[in-house]
Design a protein around this ligand. Structure first.
Ligand code: PEP
Length: 251
């Protein structure tokens, strides 16, 4: 019912030549071993236009890593959602824990960014996840439930929104959440979404993110209610990223 999505978040890495080389390698892998899921690349904003011509048509989509909550204006250094749509993006990540931590983004701000993405016709990938302290205090479910309630804007549905559950302590650390904990959290998120957006919630995709690698992808992607992965570090290595893509059920 829900087609898996594997999204690569390249973060602040690479210059044009690196990005082109990576995407060309991915295109070769995609041609030899087709994906049974949707594949999205979120490069740094500077690489989106240079990579457009290399992303193999139909096989991969391009997305931004963040957008502003307004559509235009005096916001030095920011990028608006309509600008991302204009250069060929179909998705944008909002509320990544690195933005919440380094730029003080609140749930309300994340909801405003997701709403801006929707206005621009983009799918918003809304990130949520608890810190280690919150998990150790037994607070993970409460924190993430609140993030979902406050970060998902009115008008969200399966066609314009993806939720990525990314435990903060698992991002870039090599630690992954226990499959049972991932399953419990995804169930919680879907239950919360059912109250917020009713029947649409069953079709909305929930991704897991946090040190997804080729050697844990099969197990994580097979979990009920895990509809794909948001991949950071491993997305910089085409062979590893494609191994994760190929770990989606259905290949
Ligand atoms: C991320 O930054 O969204 C992420 C999941 O990173 P990593 O895969 O490196 O943990």
């Amino acid at each position: 019912m829900r087609r898996h999505l594997v999204a690569g978040n390249w973060k602040m890495n690479g210059q044009v030549a690196d990005g082109v080389a990576r995407v060309e390698e991915l295109a070769g892998l995609a041609a030899a071993q087709p994906a049974a899921c949707d594949v999205l690349i979120c490069p740094p904003a500077t690489l989106i236009v240079p990579l457009r011509g290399y992303v193999s048509a139909g096989a991969m989509a391009l997305g931004g890593q963040d957008c502003h909550h307004d559509d235009s204006g005096a916001f030095t250094g920011d990028i608006a959602a309509p600008m991302l749509a204009d250069i060929g993006c179909s998705h944008v990540i909002v509320g990544h824990s690195e933005r919440r931590r380094d730029h003080g983004e609140s749930n309300e701000r994340v909801a405003a960014k997701a709403a801006a993405a929707h206005r621009a016709g983009l799918q918003a990938i809304i990130c949520v996840g608890e810190t280690k302290t919150e998990r150790d205090a037994g607070d993970a479910i409460r924190v993430v439930t609140r993030q979902v309630r406050e970060s998902v804007p009115d008008g969200a549905g399966a066609a314009n929104t993806v939720i990525a559950y990314e435990p903060v302590w698992a991002i870039g650390t090599g630690d992954t959440a226990m499959p049972a904990d991932v399953e419990a959290m995804h169930n919680t998120i879907r239950t919360e979404l059912a109250e917020m957006i009713s029947e649409e919630s069953e079709r909305l995709r929930l991704l897991y993110g946090g040190s997804v690698k080729p050697d844990n992808a099969v197990e994580l992607l097979a979990i009920e209610d895990v509809d794909g992965a948001l991949v950071g570090g491993a997305s910089l290595k085409p062979a590893d990223f494609w191994a994760i893509v190929r770990a989606c059920p259905g290949v």
